[in-house]
Design a protein around this ligand. Structure first.
Ligand code: GAL
Length: 417
């Protein structure tokens, strides 16, 4: 006699059989080598938070945290190039979204990540402008983990309150506040130019302020001439600003300079919002922030992404890393510590501090311009010349020579005639 199994039991049995038959996901093992310049403060804290998630999901994978210290990747990028061309690539590395990728000859040394963008649905969760920035020669070469803002003026709230000052909104106000602070023996503007990129960083925020978002973007696209009187104004503003700076600037890094603010010896600092992560890592809460004077409504942006090398030794582990970097959980773990906002649009704002919540708001409402000091606006060889010109200018202050050199750099890169 045939025994008739009630359909519900039948279904349950089928489910058991199916579950048993489905191959268990293969547990990953071996190594994952990830290369970056995040060695300290909020930068290392953010990276470690993502590593912790990765280790939890893949306890048998050993993470090799390959780092070369130096802000903006000054030292790391050279080491990375040597490793890529020498056939010894890490699995993944930190890469700015934008034209920086050209430096690494992506078609030769990197894996296009278009398939991952499709399978993970990333074209829907990253904003349009960012997607456009990430595409180079029609492919995606990196997975963005964040958005940073370059044009922030940080200030010591107590120093400002004690002197009856408000964050300046124009350069005239900036120099007036600077005079007041100087008279009290406080360094008005703290800056460190030791690593060679910081003057270029500061100046691009002045350019964005003086030329406005479209004028600034035009400098990198050949539609705003570098010979324009407003570029002269911007150089003069930067020159004047340096007269209010700490005299030891050439010996300090950006974070050494930020320490002046923490110690109450400095009033203001122009730097990207990794400073917010650095302050947080120091448990320092006495800072305020504002857009660089005159750049209200403009968001000078950059994004850190992770690339996949062609010769990666640990392919499956690498893909698991990239998926984590692009995920909501990964970005929510990384960014509040790093001092950046998510590249994704669906992160929970409640996980972020007041500064970062204000950055989220500005990112969705401001005019976005690409940072040159951090890989977005120009190819690396142009950005490098630009940074060198400004680094020399910070000390020499020769406006005409700097403007001429900037114009020539644009010609040499075939963007200007
Ligand atoms: C930028 C990078 C940031 C931060 C900063 C200072 O180029 O995108 O994540 O590391 O340099 O080092």
């Amino acid at each position: 006699m045939r025994c008739k199994i009630p359909s519900i039991v039948g279904l349950a049995l089928a489910a058991v059989v199916l579950t048993a038959a489905a191959p268990a996901p293969k547990e990953l093992s071996g190594k994952l080598e990830m290369f970056s310049w995040w060695t300290a403060g909020g930068e290392a804290d953010g990276l470690n938070a993502m590593y912790a998630l990765y280790r939890k999901a893949n306890p048998k994978v050993e993470i090799i945290n390959a780092t070369v210290a130096g802000g903006a990747g000054t030292n790391a990028k050279a080491v990375l190039s040597t490793r890529l061309t020498g056939g010894d690539p890490p699995d993944s590395f930190q890469l700015h979204a934008g034209l920086e990728v050209e430096k690494y000859e992506p078609q030769k040394f990197l894996q296009p990540l278009d398939g991952l963008y499709t399978s993970e649905g990333w074209t829907k969760v990253f904003p349009k402008d960012l997607i456009a920035l990430l595409k180079y020669k029609d492919h995606f070469w990196g997975v963005p983990v964040n958005i940073h803002r370059a044009n922030v003026l940080w200030y010591n709230r107590k120093v400002f309150d004690d002197n009856g000052l408000k964050p300046p909104t124009t350069w005239t106000e900036f120099f007036k506040s600077s005079d007041a602070l100087k008279a009290k023996g406080i360094v008005p503007l703290v800056i460190g130019t030791k690593e060679g990129w910081e003057a270029g960083h500061t100046f691009e925020t002045i350019l964005a302020s003086v030329l406005g978002p479209n004028g600034y973007k035009g400098l990198w696209a050949g539609t705003t001439p570098w010979t324009a009187p407003k570029v002269t104004d911007a150089l003069n503003t930067f020159k004047r600003l340096m007269t209010y700076a700490n005299t030891d600037y050439a010996a300090l890094t950006w974070s050494d300079a930020a320490q002046y603010l923490v110690d109450g010896k400095g009033g203001m600092h122009i730097m990207g919002d990794w400073t917010d992560g650095w302050f947080t890592s120091k448990n320092y809460t006495g800072y305020g922030w504002a857009p660089v004077p005159g750049s209200q409504g403009t968001f000078d942006a950059l994004s850190d992404s992770f690339a996949a090398t062609k010769g990666a030794k640990d392919q499956a582990n690498l893909m698991a890393w990239l998926k984590l970097a692009g995920s909501k959980a990964g970005q929510e773990a990384f960014n509040p510590k790093k001092g950046s906002i998510c590249a994704r649009t669906d992160c929970d704002p409640k996980l972020f501090n007041a500064y970062l919540q204000s950055a989220m708001k500005d990112w969705s409402t401001n005019a976005i311009v690409p940072s040159v000091a951090h890989g977005a606006a120009a190819v690396e060889k142009w950005a490098t010349v630009y940074k060198d010109i400004l680094n020399a200018f910070a000390t020499r202050g020769d406006v005409a020579a700097a403007q001429k050199a900037l114009q020539q750099a644009c010609v040499d890169n075939e963007v200007c005639k």
